[in-house]
Design a protein around this ligand. Structure first.
Ligand SMILES: Nc1nc2c(ncn2[C@@H]2O[C@H](COP(=O)(O)OP(=O)(O)OP(=O)(O)O)[C@@H](O)[C@H]2O)c(=O)[nH]1
Ligand SMILES: [Mg+2]
Length: 460
């Protein structure tokens, strides 16, 4: 880990030309360092707290003026990092920013590592680990729903939800420890069973949170969906309609789409990577064959599949083969061209879909497209068990810690049922508590921290 006694500086706004750029300085010496390069228009005896000071950035060596700027001092502990901090707003020009950072380094600061500001905020108790991770998620959110999930986590909900579970576990540990201390023999079977029952209750809780990760991951990372089917059924038209743009070429001739075409769409606040694919049929054309190989790969790789069929044509053997091939995938049957007379009976459609959701649309008129969006959202998200309780685990690290804790509780319960000494169970219970603590960073380990903060951008 980096030296925490250093004063650090970095550009906090995107690099490039803009109206304004913000450079942050944090650390014990930050006020002193900034005083050497910033000359306020008005004289201040000491750095005023949270007051915007107009002034000039000056070269610490020859005193020449570089830019007009606004500096705001945030004295410790009421700052983002919990240390003395200064935010300098200057004109957004890469040369000016580089020169300012150079001046700051000349006066004793160093360039911050990625995530170092937030890591300091964590180390100074300004936020727990889940809140620090939420800062990164908030910056990286591409949809409003993702931003909402990150903002909720940033407000400290995870620590709040974990608290009663940890308290119950601590209570179980304390009771078990005092029972061992004061009772000479082993605990009677009845007492052991009571403890096991309490542990099962905790495991159920953790299990619900772990289950919510499937949906949480989708909100955080999005998912991929391939639009597949036989040639000319309207795959590219459905793809374009979902994107609300003419991204893929649509034409009367079958075999129009040869390669994968992919684009991001926002579906119910979830970023979806949609892939238009080449129609699948028997063909001797080597280029078309290559395209079809890519279609098959897209079916295998994507999280979900939209299987498009054309209701103005009789069901084809290609349709049936494709339908049978994707039996085990998250799949929605899209019956397209409903603006034309249908050659599929209702019964044929139902038999074809079997248990899969089916939506009748016309990519041409837009009819049924809203239902299709809703079906995609529901199909991929399902009805998450945890949602009712407002619980949503979106981070793989949190999920792993919860799984470890659940497993350790299971081991403790098995030890108690199996008649092993209570000490064994206690060791596992302490481990479970540690795993839960790791989520918020109560029991932080240096290499875990380094890994988490390395994914941040510099200046945050
Ligand atoms: N009437 C009607 N025609 C449609 C509809 N959707 C697509 N088409 C027409 O069907 C033809 C094929 O459409 P595409 O979207 O290119 O079909 P595709 O499945 O991508 O075809 P390939 O890429 O060749 O496999 C075009 O002439 C479209 O205008 C629809 O909902 N109604
Ligand atoms: Mg196409």
């Amino acid at each position: 880990m980096n030296d925490q006694s250093d004063s650090i500086c970095a550009l906090s706004t995107p690099a490039g030309r803009s109206g304004m750029a913000v450079v942050r300085v944090s650390g014990e010496k930050s006020f002193q360092i900034v005083r050497s390069i910033f000359s306020p228009a008005k004289h201040f005896e000491s750095p005023p707290a949270r007051l915007a000071m107009l002034g000039r950035i000056v070269d610490p060596v020859d005193g020449s003026v570089m830019d007009e700027a606004v500096a705001i001092c945030f004295p410790s502990p009421h700052s983002y990092t919990g240390e003395d901090m200064v935010e300098i707003s200057l004109h957004g020009n890469p040369v000016l920013v580089a020169t300012l950072l150079d001046f700051l380094c000349t006066c004793g600061a160093r360039i911050a590592e990625p995530g170092e500001f937030t890591m300091r905020a964590f180390l100074h108790g300004r936020m727990d680990l889940t809140q620090a991770e939420a800062v990164r998620d908030l910056i990286e959110a591409t949809t409003r729903r993702q931003a909402q999930a990150a903002a909720m986590q940033k407000s400290g909900t995870i620590a709040l939800q974990l608290k009663p579970v940890k308290e119950r576990l601590i209570e179980i540990i304390a009771n078990l420890e005092s029972a061992i201390e004061f009772v000479e023999e082993d605990l009677p079977l009845r007492s052991r069973e009571a403890v096991v029952e309490q542990l099962r209750g905790l495991q159920d809780n953790l299990g619900k949170w772990i289950d919510s990760y499937r949906q949480g991951k989708i909100i955080r990372d999005g998912f991929s969906m391939a639009v597949v089917g036989s040639p000319n059924v309207g795959k590219s038209s459905v793809f374009n309609a979902l994107l609300a743009q003419d991204r893929s070429i649509v034409a009367d001739a079958p075999g129009t789409t040869r390669d994968l075409v992919s684009e991001y769409a926002n579906m119910g606040g979830i970023p979806v990577r949609l892939m238009d694919t080449a129609g699948i049929r028997q063909s001797n054309d080597p280029i078309e064959q290559l395209g079809m190989e890519r279609s098959q790969q897209a079916i295998a790789d994507s999280d979900a599949v939209l299987l498009v069929v054309d209701s103005s044509q009789q069901p084809s053997s290609e349709d049936v083969d494709l339908r049978n091939g994707i039996e085990l995938r998250t799949c929605i049957i899209v019956v397209n061209k409903c603006d034309l007379p249908s050659l599929w009976t209702l019964e044929q459609m139902e038999r074809f879909a079997d248990r899969l959701p089916l939506v009748v649309v016309s990519a041409k008129t837009g009819s049924g497209m809203e239902q299709l969006r809703a079906a995609v959202f529901n199909g991929i998200m399902g009805t998450p068990a945890g949602w009712q309780d407002g619980i949503m685990v979106t981070n793989l690290r949190h999920c792993r810690c919860l799984e470890n804790a659940k497993e350790q509780l299971e081991r403790a319960a098995s030890a108690l049922i199996g008649g092993m000494s209570e000490e064994f169970a206690l060791t596992d219970l302490h481990e479970a508590l540690k795993s839960l603590g790791e989520i918020t960073g109560d029991t932080h380990v240096e290499d875990v921290l380094a890994k988490i903060f390395a994914n941040f951008c510099i200046g945050k």
